[in-house]
Design a binder for this molecule. Structure first.
Ligand code: AOF
Ligand code: ZN
Length: 366
């Protein structure tokens, strides 16, 4: 690792520590180094609070003169909730700026870098860029598509089953893997299941972490005909907010009854295969949902897959073999006739979590 990479890695680590707290804003870290000494560090902790650079320059004070600043994202050039950081960097007296990646936000998009270069400051872009892109995969997707970033999560046996044919599935994975899922729930804005899962399991879809600090995502239930049972746990909005996505044209009385409970009802168009996924995602983004953990069942997973709407897979594999022609599998939907119809993915990582494996994969690009 070069010295630049070492300091950028520190900035990335600082940024990552706020994972789940900055939505809809990105995760950003900054490190200021003068003569080999770290004189300032900062990170963006929460949307609406100061940007990473502000904290770092406050700490560095006059030591910023002639220093190098490392930032994981191009300093902003716009007046948002806070004034532009590029001006702050320009006026700080630093002599060199190292940036991991350009800001995909159309209000910035290279203008921050240009402003600094125009001021005669040396700017280097692209140090640990790939890591920075991974760190802000959700933010980048939001900026480019105006849709939430979708994570598909399921837990299966070694032979690819998620439940017995009766629907019994408690439990596929062990305690450590299940706790891991609660960490993801804490980080995302929304958690989505189909009404079939609500009817079968009556889950509460809240975050239950041993440490006790978990935030609850908004619960999103796909229920085109509003079949949700009146006493479903997810209709108790004292625990967490709930959005029920139904088909346009369902009876108004059903909608009103749910709205009286404090639930948001979101009608979207319906096509032969079910609710129109892209329209739903667009509307959810407009409601402020920047990422969604899709927790099934297999019909819901299939509609996301078939619409090319899965952005990341988080898959747990348990050291168990269930067998059974009628056992349930993670993704249902229409049955392909050949392997050519398979969706290609790329493995990113695999880890052991307790007794189980966790595989992270991404849809293959291009
Ligand atoms: C952050 N934190 O450390 C940096 C950001 O609404 P605002 O004023 O907070 O601006 C948010 C935008 O600022 C964000 O979309 C990104 O383009 C840019 N940089 N944002 O939240 C930071 N450096
Ligand atoms: Zn800024």
């Amino acid at each position: 690792m070069t010295a630049d990479e070492k300091y950028m890695q520190l900035a990335l680590d600082l940024a990552a520590s706020a994972r789940g707290n900055t939505n809809p804003n990105p995760l950003v870290g900054a490190v200021i180094v003068k003569d080999g000494v770290i004189v300032g560090t900062g990170l963006h902790r929460k949307a609406g609070e100061p940007h990473a650079e502000v904290h770092a320059f406050r700490m560095a004070g006059e030591h910023a003169q002639g220093a190098t600043v490392y930032v994981t994202l191009e300093p902003c050039s716009h007046y948002g909730k806070t004034p532009p950081c590029a001006n702050l960097v320009k006026d700080s007296g630093v002599s060199r700026v190292v940036v991991a990646m350009q800001d995909p936000n159309p209000s910035v998009a290279g203008r921050g870098i240009q402003l600094l270069r125009d001021a005669g400051i040396e700017v280097e872009v692209g140090v640990l860029e790939e890591q920075s892109r991974r760190l802000n995969e959700r933010f980048i997707h939001n900026m480019l598509t105006k849709r939430p970033f979708v994570l598909a999560k399921y837990a299966m046996t070694l032979d690819g089953k998620i439940a017995a044919h009766t629907g019994h599935s408690k439990w596929v994975t062990g305690e450590v893997a299940r706790e891991d899922v609660h960490h993801i729930r804490h980080e995302v804005d929304g958690i989505l299941v189909g009404v079939g899962t609500v009817i079968a399991d009556n889950p509460s879809l809240t975050t239950r972490l041993k440490q006790g600090y978990g935030k609850n995502p908004v619960r999103i239930i796909m229920d085109s005909l509003l079949r949700i049972p009146p006493h479903a746990h997810v209709l108790n909005i004292e625990q967490a907010k709930t959005i029920i996505v139904c088909s346009k044209g369902v009876e108004q009385e059903k909608i009103t009854a749910l709205e009286k409970k404090g639930v948001t009802v979101l009608p979207v168009s319906r096509e032969r295969e079910g609710l129109v996924i892209d329209e739903m995602l667009e509307k959810l983004y407009q409601l402020g949902i920047t990422d969604i953990l899709v927790e099934g069942g297999s019909a819901v997973n299939a509609s996301f897959l078939q619409n090319g709407a899965i952005n990341k897979y988080v898959i747990y594999v348990a050291p168990k073999v269930l067998g059974g022609r009628l056992s349930l599998t993670p993704i249902a939907g229409h049955s392909p006739t050949s392997m050519e119809e398979a969706w290609d993915v790329e493995f990113d990582s695999f880890d052991k979590v307790g007794q189980d494996l966790r595989i992270i994969a991404y849809p293959k690009k291009g």
